[in-house]
Write a protein that binds this ligand. Structure first.
Ligand SMILES: [Zn+2]
Length: 1007
């Protein structure tokens, strides 16, 4: 027993432990594996029955101190076999990358990638001449992938016809409203476009229809094949810009309404007449006076009197893109009924001019058994990412039953890679795409956390209301800003899904206990009716003073009926305090550099995204933007603001207020540092001061020549600084405050005044304005975790992390998972409540209720519910019975240094006793080496040969083990013997017994 223990170490322990090992200097990969395809046939015949097909070994500089798993993932299927969202829980997330150079394949295999993707030319098709198709490039890439046992995915595009087609054949080109100028791509409204796409897929089916069926990423339209239209991306990226100009002779490509072509206009007239039945009804709904059907035109803008006209038009426009997406999915599925297919869902915001309608795309994908790939993986820091398109698409996929993937839009830093993995796991991803260049730089994250990349189902009963209608009525605003701000901030203390108006109408609220409102004063009447009915049946709506909600037609009766008591409540904002980090005090001077990522905590209201120009970080304000700065209240202070605006925007009012009192104005064009005296009485009794920049805004596109910027902007700010008069004289620049804001709200008033029963449910109206969002966060947190305090019949969310600590957590059915994105180590004691888990058949039972977590900077930690599969690593040099044989060194064997293996002579053998901690069915993988190649050996357990592995093990590039078969082991001590085949000697390296059916073998990390 005691002799057995030291021979044993779990692979999980080794993989994690290897992180430290890898940091040791001076490691040299001794034995470079040579190609062993030559001896392949002979070994096949001698091999035990379950030996995998050996893939070619590709040159890689391996780190023999670190074992990695090679996953046994079948070629992914779609079609009839496709599971729904986040199913089956526990299956490996499929990892997909682009096809790298051959030398990069081993790294991809060692980091868990099994599917490789090739893009077609995004701006043409393979039909090089009429009826002549050239697939030589994808064929070569496919050949490389398949030869190394990877699966292959193709990304075809049909929106841009090939040049000969454009020259000879009539088709309707997509055309922008602003310039009435076309791009050499199909109009989504041209009825012949569908036939063109269908012909392309039929040709693909003829070429690739035979097994193995590839997977497809379905190009739809846009700069890169997204489900949307052009946004000027290709003409702003160096290299791609020149390519575009060479092909098309211009650089015409930008964000715009791409519906100026005649097919589009005709489609609009037909669709609207069909919607309203007659011109008279249409005019009545729109408050227009078209005299004939031909006169029906697009609206010129949105105004309060013509909301319906505008919304009908935007909906028709988005529907054009959605219909095109539906066509692409349908014809692709017809040609490849069983293939895995994914839709590229992208864009940096939800500007309706892109045509993107995210929840609709998930709905369409589910209809055709197609997966959704959100190209927002790691696009923003994690909490902002979940609050925006990535989280939206995941929520819609979850509801409509479409499997979800993520893909990064570009380069991902190694730290952000950890966030991406957390995102993929917690949002229930079935698949994970990454560029091979990111895998190269971020491989450490894959080596550390790859084992957690399994399909997970989050347990979430809180929904954030996405204000679809209000958003579409503000076409200049790319994404609802207060929604984003609130959802990003509150993610620290709770987890949620995002539900938009379509999803409400389709019944999504039935899945949730609490609905949280951030903004959206105009909502479609049937949506409001659904929400009311859901509350009356037991739901809880949480809302604050974000305006009186009305329907598109201006009816406010819903607000009166559901939240009529709101007007009688005395406003509250909570008590706001700044708490410096332990051991420090509030200083005499602080500077908030608003463009810096660390400034976000101190900003409220209308701030645009940060931008860096000439090395200086700045942000634009909108109409009213706030900065909160801790102060010693009651002393005389000096407020300094560095800000600018262009001369064209002069003459608009830009006021500076301190806690609501004006102290000055910003009135000089160009960049200036303004200084204002702040008398002590303006800050008396406060620990936090609010600086407000209130501006009459301008639109750059309207006042600046050559600007296409549609935003409403106030002033461009570098920093806001508040300092005592002495500190102002100092030459050193003050920094930002170190600490956090804490808000206390009056829970007695919340229960007694703000919360009202409606049917079986509740409304909680928190009478605070947008400036007091942090106080509202506390009201939301109360509704999520303490609803039973209000109503004993109500459930509370299960607490796994409800603290404002910068650590993000998700509860899944099989685990709790934590992510620390910060630069400091976080220590957490997690105490799970047994009663919260009782009666939840959908959630696994934690094996222990108290967990001490050490979260290193940029790290993930998991508390599994139930047992995780065992992996037992037996190093041959530590076998208990080596007889006369001596362990040998050799850096090409695990663990890479010191004694690493045993040379077993002809007719020799080595054996060991080992302890199995859990009963189960184990696969026996071993590494035995002879003449610079893997060599089969006889491995027996408890005196018997191993049984055959059911099914088939998929070996892949960089695999370094063979499989001897399967054995059933009880808990306790067992014995294992390794013997060379007759007439051979071997270098015996290690044996792993793995109870995880997802493992196909083991390899080494790439250096
Ligand atoms: Zn244009």
């Amino acid at each position: 027993m005691t002799g057995a223990r030291w021979a044993l170490m779990t692979v999980a322990g080794l993989v994690t432990g290897a992180v430290a090992l890898s940091a040791r200097p001076g490691r040299v990969g001794g034995v470079a594996p040579a190609s062993r395809t030559g001896g392949y046939q002979a070994r096949q015949q001698q091999a035990p029955p379950a030996e995998p097909l050996a893939p070619p070994v590709l040159t890689a500089d391996y780190d023999y101190t670190r074992l990695v798993r090679i996953w046994n993932i079948e070629p992914p299927a779609g079609g009839a076999k496709q599971p729904g969202y986040a199913e089956p829980v526990g299956a490996r997330i499929i990892q997909c990358s682009n096809v790298p150079a051959a030398s990069g394949l081993a790294l991809l295999a060692s980091t868990g990638f099994t599917l490789l993707q090739t893009d077609s030319d995004h701006l043409s098709t393979e039909e090089t001449r009429p009826n002549i198709w050239d697939f030589s490039q994808p064929d070569a890439a496919r050949g490389l992938a398949l030869a190394s046992a990877f699966d292959w995915c193709y990304f075809p595009h049909f929106a841009f016809p090939p040049p000969w087609y454009s020259q000879r054949i009539q088709y309707v080109r997509v055309r922008c409203l602003e310039h009435d100028q076309a791009v050499e791509a199909w109009s989504p409204w041209d009825p012949n476009f569908g036939y063109f796409i269908s012909r392309g897929y039929e040709r693909l089916a003829r070429h690739y229809g035979a097994a193995p069926t590839p997977a497809f990423y379905l190009g739809v339209h846009g700069d890169y094949g997204e489900c949307g239209l052009m946004i000027g991306a290709r003409t702003s990226v160096p290299g791609q810009k020149e390519d575009w100009e060479r092909r098309f002779g211009n650089l015409h490509n930008h964000v715009e309404w791409w519906c100026a072509d005649t097919s589009a206009k005709a489609s609009f007239r037909t669709a609207m007449l069909s919607k309203y039945g007659s011109l008279a009804s249409l005019n009545a709904a729109w408050r227009t006076s078209f005299r004939s059907e031909d006169e029906i035109a697009y609206p010129s803008g949105v105004s309060a009197g013509s909301r319906r006209y505008w919304l009908d038009w935007v909906a028709w426009y988005q529907q054009g893109v959605s219909n095109l997406t539906d066509v692409v999915c349908r014809v692709a599925r017809r040609s490849f009924p069983e293939a895995l297919m994914m839709l590229p869902c992208g864009f940096g915001d939800e500007d309706p001019r892109t045509g993107v309608d995210n929840s609709m795309l998930a709905k369409i994908a589910a209809r055709h058994r197609v997966d959704v790939r959100s190209t927002h993986g790691g696009f923003r820091p994690f909490p902002q990412n979940q609050a925006t398109m990535l989280g939206r698409l995941a929520s819609a996929c979850r509801f409509y039953g479409a499997p979800f993937w993520t893909e990064p839009p570009s380069t991902i830093s190694p730290d952000a890679q950890v966030g991406r993995i957390f995102e993929a796991i917690t949002l229930g991803a079935r698949g994970h795409f990454d560029w091979a260049s990111n895998v190269q730089t971020g491989r450490e994250a894959y080596y550390r956390y790859g084992k957690h990349m399994r399909i997970s189902k989050r347990v979430v009963d809180v929904a954030m209301f996405y204000p679809t209608t209000s958003h579409l009525l503000r076409p200049g605003q790319g994404y609802p800003r207060t929604f984003e701000q609130g959802c990003s901030a509150i993610r620290d203390v709770l987890d949620y899904d995002i539900v938009d108006e379509r999803m409400v109408l389709d019944g999504a609220l039935e899945r949730y206990r609490v609905l949280v409102w951030w903004e959206g004063a105009v909502v479609e009447a049937p949506v409001l009716a659904q929400i009311r009915s859901w509350i009356e049946r037991g739901g809880a709506l949480v809302i604050y003073d974000c305006g009186k909600i009305e329907t598109v037609e201006g009816d406010t009766s819903w607000f009166r009926d559901v939240l009529g008591y709101a007007g009688k409540l005395t406003p509250t904002g909570g008590t706001y305090r700044f708490v410096p980090i332990p051991g420090t005090r509030i200083e005499d001077a602080y500077r908030i550099s608003v463009g810096n990522a660390r400034a976000a905590t101190f900003l409220d209201g209308d701030w645009e995204q940060p931008e860096t120009t000439g090395g200086v970080e700045r942000r634009w304000t909108g109409a009213e933007a706030d900065v909160k700065i801790p102060v010693h209240g009651g002393t005389d202070l000096v407020l300094s603001i560095r800000a600018s605006f262009p001369p064209e925007a002069v003459g608009r009012r830009r006021e500076v207020l301190v806690n609501g009192t004006q102290v000055g104005i910003l009135d000089l064009a160009g960049e200036h540092t303004y200084r204002f005296a702040v008398p002590g009485n303006l800050t008396a009794g406060r620990n936090v001061t609010r600086i407000t920049l209130r501006c009459e805004t301008f639109v750059p596109a309207a006042v600046l020549a050559r600007s296409q910027d549609p935003r409403n902007l106030g002033v461009w700010v570098t920093y806001v600084q508040l300092a005592g008069e002495d500190a102002t004289a100092s030459t050193s620049e003050p920094g930002p405050p170190q600490g956090r804001f804490e808000v206390a709200i009056d829970y007695r008033r919340l229960r007694g005044e703000f919360a009202r029963k409606l049917g079986s449910g509740w409304t909680i109206y928190f009478p605070a304005r947008k400036e007091q969002l942090p106080a509202y966060y506390e009201a939301v947190r109360y509704a999520v975790y303490h609803l039973s305090d209000l109503d004993a019949k109500k459930q509370d969310a299960i607490v796994i992390d409800d603290a404002w600590d910068g650590v993000y957590a998700s509860l899944c059915t099989d685990k709790a998972i934590y992510y620390n994105p910060g630069p400091n180590r976080a220590l957490r004691t997690i105490v799970l409540s047994p009663s919260a888990f009782a009666g939840r058949a959908d959630i696994g039972k934690p094996t222990s209720l108290t967990h001490e977590l050490t979260l290193e900077p940029a790290s993930i930690s998991v508390i599994p519910f139930g047992r995780t599969p065992q992996e037992l690593l037996l190093q041959c040099e530590k076998f208990t019975s080596l007889g006369e044989l001596k362990p040998q060194d050799g850096a090409g064997f695990s663990p890479g240094e010191g004694d690493t293996h045993v040379l077993v002579p002809v007719n020799g053998q080595i054996s060991t006793r080992f302890e199995c901690p859990a009963q189960g069915r184990y696969r026996v993988f071993y590494r035995a080496w002879r003449r610079n190649a893997l060599c089969p050996a006889n491995v027996t357990v408890n005196g018997k040969p191993c049984g055959q592995v059911p099914g088939h093990l998929r070996a892949r590039a960089s695999q370094q083990t063979l499989c001897a078969g399967e054995v059933s082991l009880s808990k306790g001590v067992h014995s294992l013997v390794v013997r060379p085949l007759p007439g051979q000697d071997i270098r015996a390296d290690f044996v792993v017994l793995a109870a995880d059916p997802a493992v196909a073998g083991y390899g080494f990390a790439a250096k």
